[in-house]
Design a protein around this ligand. Structure first.
Ligand code: IYT
Ligand code: CU
Ligand code: CU
Length: 316
């Protein structure tokens, strides 16, 4: 234990025998520069399917800007920690986000009887933790950081499986000088019902507000609305809005290119932009789908009817 961090898998004393805790923690790291993104991966223990039912963050607000937990099949590395802020990401295949922690943001609990399905037999044999370290000044004393997450897990099949529906724009261009640029995304929903309970927004610096809706029979119902300039955690959805076969799921990111001198496109650096609306939902285990995406540019005709709030910036 070189970093002085206590790690491990242990039975959870507070629960029944099918429950256990899993720590996923940085192995005592000292980031080299400000705004380093470091990742570690961990296989889900045992060949059995297991379910994540709770997340307990251990992060020092003075050093950690944000933490994200992903599930995937193939992490970018399976030993030590790596810089995952550049060309090398968290995973080599598609990753699914399961938890986000941001400074001062309350963390959303999974509802009762809901778990993320992980393990060898599921599509998520590996977990990857990404930590964005902020100002390097916090490491002037060269201490080693052990921030991370304790997962409460169980082998007991959960009645409902948690999943993520990611709506993203890949083709938005934000012209310089324009006060308002909208990125619209929408998809018809053609699967079994999902029950959204949390949402997360993600843009870079130019995003003012990101809003997601269910559209049913022409009626727009808010799923969530947040400023991406606030901590990009999962926030509770407004109220119980389910999404079922025949509905449309729609999201808008509102950007401003006001103070820019060049156009901004979608890309991975902080000089590029992104437009993401994540819906965290649960679904009956019988036909659960753990990850869905929507990348369709929203039809102009549909977005004529989007509520005005989607273009009202949230003050930060
Ligand atoms: C181009 C873009 O919008 N990238 C986003 C969405 C994204 C999320 C996941 C792309 C992939 C994923 O596996 I999960 I490929 C993006 O990079 N978003 C960042 C993190 O990567 C999750 C964010 O903070 O939302
Ligand atoms: Cu961050
Ligand atoms: Cu991004």
């Amino acid at each position: 234990d070189p970093g002085g961090c206590a790690l491990g898998i242990r039975p959870d004393p507070d629960f029944t025998s099918s429950n256990f805790s899993l720590d996923i923690r940085m192995p005592g790291v000292t980031p080299a520069e400000s705004d380093n993104y470091l990742c570690i991966s961990q296989p889900v223990p045992s060949g059995r399917d297991s379910y994540i039912v709770d997340f307990i963050p251990h992060a020092n607000m003075d050093t950690v800007h944000h933490m994200l937990l992903f599930g995937c099949r193939k992490p970018s590395s399976i030993s030590g920690y790596w810089d995952c802020g550049g060309a090398v990401g968290a995973c080599e295949d598609q990753s699914s986000i399961m938890y986000a922690w941001g400074r001062n943001a309350p963390s959303t609990k999974l509802p009762r009887d809901v778990g993320f399905l992980v393990g060898k037999n599921s599509k998520m044999p590996y977990l990857v933790l990404q930590i964005h370290y902020g100002d390097i000044k916090a490491f002037r004393d060269h201490h080693r950081d052990c921030s991370g997450i304790t997962l409460t897990m169980t082998y007991k099949p959960q009645p409902f499986i948690a999943g993520i529906y990611l709506l993203l724009s890949y083709n938005t261009v934000i012209p310089p000088g324009n006060k308002v640029t909208n990125a619209d995304v929408a998809c018809d929903y053609t699967s079994f019902p999902i029950y959204p309970f949390a949402f997360r927004t993600h843009t870079h610096h130019l995003g003012k507000v990101v809003t997601g809706y269910r559209v049913r029979n022409g009626e727009w119902t808010l799923i969530g609305r947040q400023s991406p300039q606030l901590p990009q955690a999962f926030y509770p959805t407004n109220k119980d809005v389910n999404v079922k076969y025949g509905d449309t799921v729609a999201a808008r990111c509102m950007f401003t290119g006001e103070n820019m001198t060049t156009a901004t496109s979608i890309g991975s650096t902080s000089n590029d932009e992104m437009c993401n609306f994540y819906i965290m939902y649960y679904m009956d285990r019988k036909h659960a789908i753990p990850f869905m995406t929507c990348m369709n540019p929203g039809p102009k005709q549909l977005f004529q009817h989007i509520p005005a709030e989607a273009n009202i910036p949230i003050p930060v």
